[in-house]
Design a protein. Structure first.
Length: 273
């Protein structure tokens, strides 16, 4: 007996019309009609309500094939919701980078145009492209979310900084972001298929820690040298800034790969259980 037949049987047994059942589930009568004729399938929330209304178990309502269908449908819905949430986060991140960095840079120093366009924004979008790999969302969402974020950035420049022309820079950052995202994601996916992800996770963990220690030691030495240098005009924290710019991309790549393979190892572990 199919789910539709069981719903109809239980509804009739409880003396309900399709309108009565629809009212209890807060849906339309047409939806009930589709279920009973097997032209539609209730979602997980509706199934829970059916269980409560009729006082039966979920196992009674669904046969093995329908349970598989429900599991697949539920997985698709979860995947869709995850992609939409992460795409929204990506949209906000992309837009905020393109607005806040120029705004505060030009506010503090109106002559900082070249530093903003050639250093800060490209560096920020490279980092965003690397970090976006960790979200593991499907590539169409990445393309659309980042493309939509370009519009508020252009509007921001027109309204808040009208003396600065953003022009083709915005398209260039968009292409740069996508290139970094696709290159890093392709490397991560292809290597995880060919090699043991647990081994890759350990390798990138130790390499990441190693480079972090190198960064700390290198920066500390440079800062001490500048601090003790009598004839030097640059303050000691210049070493921190310069070394951060120098190390941030390789460190971000290494840690991104580590967390990606850690996430992939956890996913494979659940799948194998």
């Amino acid at each position: 007996m199919s789910l539709g037949d069981k719903i109809k049987q239980l509804r009739t047994k409880n003396g309900m019309t399709q309108e009565d059942l629809a009212g209890k589930l807060f849906i339309t009568r047409n939806a009930i009609s589709k279920w009973e004729t097997n032209k539609g399938f209730p979602n997980i929330d509706s199934l829970k309500e059916l269980v409560n209304v009729f006082g039966v178990s979920l196992d009674y309502l669904l046969n093995e094939e329908e349970l598989i269908t429900l599991a697949i449908e539920n997985k698709k819905n979860l995947e869709l919701n995850k992609n939409l949430i992460y795409a929204f986060i990506l949209f906000l991140s992309f837009a905020l980078i393109g607005t806040l960095i120029p705004y505060y840079s030009f506010e503090s120093d109106p002559t900082s145009g070249m530093a903003v366009f050639i250093i800060f924004l490209p560096l920020s979008y490279v980092l965003l492209g690397i970090l976006s790999v960790l979200l593991t969302i499907k590539w169409p969402y990445v393309i659309v979310a980042s493309a939509l974020a370009i519009t508020p950035i252009y509007v921001f420049f027109e309204v808040a900084i009208p003396t600065v022309r953003f022009g083709t820079w915005g398209i260039g950052y968009y292409i740069l972001f996508l290139l970094v995202y696709f290159i890093i994601s392709r490397i991560a996916i292809s290597s995880s298929k060919r090699k043991n992800v647990l081994k890759l996770q350990k390798i990138f963990f130790f390499v990441s820690i190693g480079l972090t220690m190198v960064f700390v030691i290198h920066t500390t030495i440079d800062a001490i040298i500048l601090f003790n240098c009598i004839g030097c005009s640059a303050p000691w924290y210049t070493a921190v800034v310069l070394n951060t710019v120098l190390y941030i991309i390789p460190l971000t790549i290494l840690y991104s790969f580590y967390f990606y393979y850690k996430k992939e190892a956890k996913r494979q572990s659940k799948f194998n259980k």
